[in-house]
Design a protein around this ligand. Sequence first.
Ligand code: NAD
Ligand code: UDP
Length: 322
Amino acid sequence: MTHPFDPTTLPRAVVTGGAGFVGSSLCERLLADGWRVLALDNLCTGRRANVAHLLADPRFELRVADVCDPMTVDGPVAAVLQFASPASPFDYLALPVETLRTGAIGTLNALELAKAKGARFLLASTSEIYGDPLRHPQTEDYLGNVSCTGPRSVYDEAKRYAEAATMAYQRTHGVDTRIIRIFNTYGPRMKPRDGRVVTAFVVQSLLQEPLTVFGDGRQTRSFCDVDDLVEGIVRVLARGDHMPYNLGNPSEFTIAELVSEVEKLLGPQQVTYLPLPQDDPTRRCPDISRARRDLDWQPTVALAQGLVRTIDGLRQTLAAAQ
Ligand code: NAD
Ligand code: UDP
């Protein structure tokens, strides 16, 4: 005899920042893997639309709440994934104190929830904890070159604090923790005006505006497709240990090369050169040997391929907004 489907018997994950760009893809993947998911988000930079397609699923719930307020969640929780934080420079420079509070108080609240529930905890940290790195590519043992007073420090230092808090809960309270350091990730669900370079260039091109290159365009970034990232996240959650993992694509591009990649797909572009923002990192590229060795993980989506999907997604978002 078959029993009626009872979603309450499935393991449950709390994803803070679950209505954001990465968080919403993570919620989707956890549901596909058989989890129940509570997405907790104050929608300060995320969008309800990112998870609208999940709301009909009885295993999914969106709760609009601030992680800086204590989190009360009824019933068992097997995993807490702390993804809440403004993430694009445009957003965190507009929300500096909120970013600091979310990285500090929000992370402590998420850790408290994990401790109370005996849940596994995963922190979404960032390559920004390396600042403007003096070692290249960046390995997890590199301690970074970070300004603690510059405008970007609100994000970088909040994430450094969040990592310290995560390690302290692991050492002191025995919480089963994970830390991932995410390098620049892109994908179809990014907000059209989030100011990040991939979104900026694609949206500018679609709207026939000049592409805004900051500085001389020789600074580098390594761009990871969001599906590759999410695969890395679930592997760290399932099989990782408590020391940090770099998750990113080790193919490094100058910003000028990114312009060329966009031109290959969308045709020749006009470019406007604007001043380089203060403390903008000169080079950034992950060494992912640890994730390769421990988790058998590496990105599989090339930039040219991922950009096609991203262009389609942003084109649809722009059309829906008209
Ligand atoms: P995003 O802005 O799309 O998502 C962040 C989500 O957190 C949003 O939905 C926002 O509303 C929510 N949020 C922010 N403050 C909150 C608070 N106080 N309470 C509840 N919800 C709150 O950004 P993203 O790119 O999806 O980033 C997700 C996470 O991954 C962030 O923690 C970010 O620091 C980290 N990360 C992302 C990248 C990347 O390239 N996308 C790189 C490094 C690290
Ligand atoms: N950038 C740019 N034009 C833009 C937005 C960003 O040239 O319109 C540059 C920015 O100065 C940085 C790189 O692209 O060197 C990546 O910027 P992004 O904001 O995407 O991410 P982050 O600085 O956090 O790596």
